[in-house]
Design a protein around this ligand. Structure first.
Ligand code: F6P
Length: 369
């Protein structure tokens, strides 16, 4: 497939849940594309904007200051209608009418599925549209990238929140269950628990049923306040994908503690969307820039239907990618493979998920999980 050349047009969109660093990626894609003679069009509100034909030129000045902005300045959306072939054909027609031959999609699992589907549509030159995905989601549930854009910022936000909660928890000798986002993936919960110095972590990959969850939390509390351990507070990080609502877990744990004769006050804090907002960390800005650079360069190399991945771990049973010559931290991965492996991360059968859990148990033996 021919790569994009000077004079060609690429469109860029952010889609799905916003992630800190998405704006930095758009800004850097513009910064890389313009000196190559490419024209850049920004799409408002993700795939929905393609349907509504909300597509406008993006210049260097338009993206001024975007490197430090959270959320998505272009706007983002979860567009369920994009699963329908006729709807996608309409979107592709809007791109062709604007003379677009390349598309960069910045987003998570659903967004990358949309990118894969768009790679079968035709661009303005009558050739298949060249489409490159850039992984962005705080959940770190996308395969073929060791980090997605937004993960580092979200993790830092959670750890800061836990540090604050621990101050008040210690003052009152309380136990806090802190729920963090992450959908079906426990990555944010696990890594935040380690970095925050938590006593325990609950994540979906452990597949504990309700009774086991209650026993686990009660045991963590019992152990921590025992005289020989002497904790003044207990912190348990709980991933949102765990199969029991945090309020119900607290209520059941309170009953169990009363049965055990442990007079401890428990509280629940659900961090929710607080974790998704905010200015991106330096690491997220740098990763966003490097992935955006590779995405634009990938289009000029004639690549399509691929995702750019950051510093990918190689392990048996995982797909193979193609290294980006200019930046050995970045590689290109067929979207087909990315989507298949991402589904295995969601259901816990991916070797990557299993390794994460093994590593946590071995390297953080002080953390009950
Ligand atoms: O995928 C990012 C994420 O923040 C998940 O962690 C969470 O489950 C979901 O999006 C929340 O989505 P919404 O903002 O649509 O409620």
């Amino acid at each position: 497939m021919n790569g994009l050349q000077a004079g060609d047009k690429l469109a860029i969109l952010t889609s799905g849940g916003d992630a800190p660093g998405m704006n930095a990626a758009v800004r850097d894609a513009v910064a890389v594309a313009l000196p190559l003679g490419l024209q850049v069009l920004g799409v408002r509100n993700g795939y929905q904007g393609l349907l509504d034909d909300k597509i406008e030129p993006l210049g260097r000045r338009d993206v001024e200051g975007w490197i430090r902005r959270g959320g998505s300045v272009l706007g983002t959306a979860r567009c369920l209608r994009f699963h329908e072939a006729e709807i996608r054909a309409q979107a592709a027609a809007h791109l062709r009418a604007r003379g677009v031959t390349g598309l960069v999609v910045i987003g998570g699992n659903g967004s990358l599925a949309g990118a894969h589907a768009m790679a079968s549509e035709l661009g303005a030159d009558g050739e298949p549209l060249r489409v490159i995905g850039v992984p962005a989601s705080i959940d770190n549930d996308i395969a073929c990238t060791s980090l997605s854009i937004g993960v580092d910022t979200a993790l830092n936000t959670i750890v800061e929140a836990c540090d604050r909660i621990l101050d008040t928890a210690s003052a009152h000798s309380r136990t806090f269950i802190v729920e963090v986002m992450g959908r079906a993936c426990g990555y944010l919960g696990m890594t935040a628990a380690v970095a925050a110095g938590a006593d325990g972590v609950l994540f979906p990959e452990a597949k504990l049923d309700e009774a086991a969850l209650v026993e686990r939390v009660a045991a963590i509390i019992d152990h921590a306040y025992a005289p020989e351990v002497g904790r003044r507070r207990v912190l348990i990080v709980k991933s949102e994908g765990v199969a029991m609502a945090s309020g119900e877990l607290k209520a059941a744990v309170d009953v169990r503690l009363a049965e055990m004769g442990i007079p401890v006050e428990t509280r629940v804090t659900v961090l929710g969307h607080v974790v998704r907002g905010g200015s991106p960390s330096a690491t997220d800005r740098l990763i966003a820039g490097r992935l955006a650079h590779a995405a634009v360069r990938g289009l000029t190399l004639g690549l399509s239907d691929v995702m750019v991945g950051w510093h990918v771990l190689r392990m048996p049973g995982l797909p193979e990618g193609r290294l980006f010559d200019t930046d050995p931290y970045v590689s290109f991965w067929p979207l087909d493979d990315v989507l298949r492996e991402t589904a295995r991360i969601a259901d816990g059968t991916s070797p990557l998920t299993q390794w994460r859990v093994r590593l946590l148990r071995e390297a953080a033996p002080y953390l009950s999980c």
